[in-house]
Ligand binder design. Sequence first.
Ligand SMILES: *Cc1c(COP(=O)(O)O)cnc(C)c1O
Length: 382
Amino acid sequence: MTGEITTLPDIDPLLLRILPNPRPGTPPPSSKLVFGKTFTDHMLTVRWTSAGGWEAPVIGPYAPLSLEPSAVVLHYANALFEGLKAYRSNTGRITLFRPDMNMSRMNRTAERIALPTFSGPALIELISELVRLDASWIPQEPGHSLYVRPTLIGTQNALGVGPSTSALLFVICSPVGPYYKGGFKPIALLATTKHVRAAPGGIGSYKLAANYAPGIIPQLEAAMEGYAQNLWLWGPEHFLTEVGTMNLFVVLRREDGATELVTPPLNDIILPGVTRDSVLSLARSHSSTPLPGLPENFIVSERAITMPELVSASKAGRLLEVFGAGTAAIVCPVDRIGYLGEDIIVPTGERGMGPVSEVMYREIVGRQTGVIPSDWAWVVKE
Ligand SMILES: *Cc1c(COP(=O)(O)O)cnc(C)c1O
């Protein structure tokens, strides 16, 4: 059998049409911002069909989408998303933080549900154009940013379950305030044995829309017991996996005296976070370029860790820190973990964040805001 090679058009930034919003809004005062409730003047849309490939991109006014009630996304959750932030650096430049990582993850997720893939650099160029156009919406205050939400949905009007023959990629932007206002706020976790977030062979390692609504009830149940988030476990061994919608890190003092930073290895049940990757890269760079504040005898481990190991480390006084890592909070310290009816108390230091997480927070924010030069910050040319 000879395969026929057909090359359909990829996303092409040169074809971009810009329709300026005739009624631009006024950004609210930064102190009034609530995460994900305010949107900028414009959005990017790019349509795709299986017959014609990607169509010309359009940046137009932020506005409702029009979908038929038979659109597959409304029935079978042919939907995925990304989340990244644009920052106003200390020199006034606009930067995106590691957008290449989001593009490769978005393509990997699209492939998983038979939605079309695309050129990552092309979408970064279009996102840059959108952010540039709505630059007045990027809050200037330290710790503020513009949250960028690329989304891809299947739009075919058909009730059969199969690859969607049409799709819509859109990007919307929302100005956000700092996750921490007036000091770090450690959170309590409920290590839940009742629900699972992800299972081997499943879809937990993809940023698919279908992964998120099922976490709402477990989170409400945790909240009713006085915990902010779920600590998702897996298997009869009670392997630790993730925290709410963040990756998980544990800091232990080993019996040989070394400090060990542990995170579960990437597999089917772990979302490959950009922040997770940044924490690991920074921690690993410490052996050649020491980061002030990190211990000398410091080991970085991507390995499985169970609740029984955490409990025994805690009892031996060797549990030093637990934190979540994700784009919204960057680093989120944990001070308490409910497990089988008891609470494990986790040290958080005087400032509400342990020494390792505090270094990670400082180093990542420094690179996001341009205080520390880094090729992780992609400049949006103005
Ligand atoms: C998005 C997400 C993360 C964090 O990923 P970042 O790229 O660091 O923002 C972690 N876990 C889950 C389940 C997620 O959806």
